[in-house]
Design a binder for this molecule. Sequence first.
Ligand code: GLU
Length: 284
Amino acid sequence: MRTRFAPSPTGPLHLGHAFSALTAARLAKEAQGSFLLRIEDIDQSRARAHWEAQIYDDLHWLGLTWPTPVMRQSDRMPVYRAALQKLWDQGLLYPCACTRRDIDAALSAPQEGALHYGPDGPIYPGTCRDKPRPTQLPEGQSLRLDMEKAIQHLPETLSFTETGPLHEDTQILRISDAPETLGDIVLARRDMGTSYHLSVVLDDADQDITHVTRGADLFEATQIHVVLQALLNLPTPIYHHHALVRDENGKRLAKRDDARAIALYRSEGKTPQDIATLTGATLP
Ligand code: GLU
């Protein structure tokens, strides 16, 4: 059993992160497995070395340890590119030049009918899907998965096992629904050359992750991940989506909420046990 905590170094770790990391470490310990760390820094416009250093420092302070060297997404661009190339060669990707505003305008056109939302927001209306495609995999452009074409490579259903407290343990996806429920998701962002969804499935596979531990906010996105695993011949791990830590008003603790940064609790003299108590987690 191998699980992981995969923070983005774009801000301080807050209580929600602490809960997630401690939950993953507890599950690993209970199963006599391994707890791994991964730095999700594909968004180089927001990632900062000092936030990464703070992540290591806060997690060590909580009593967590992990194998090194730590996987960092920014070191793995060739792996992501190779996966895009594979999908491109199968005719499953197309470049998309739409801005958010173009998409909103297309979706509000009268003939569009009911708006559908997927894990990434409104389902893309397909504006760029039928434009002539370049012969080579383009660089510096957004790339979308052509879901209608992709599902022809997939079985009728896919499934994954969920062990978290909030959902049924077997999750079944009807693949014929994917164009409507997931849509043509972006697999490479123009400014990044990859996307969270593409990178996370490749990274989990390359780290031999058997159990993905993360917040319930990513439960819906798991459908995208299972589709990508099937298209890229990657194993589907077991998933554990834990409840999100909320403040006293029931509001989710946002990453940017500096008032809740672990570093702030530390500077006030709080102990790791205080953090565990505040979040309902247990220390390793
Ligand atoms: N990097 C993501 C985050 O910080 C976590 C993604 C995951 O665990 O799959 O929210």
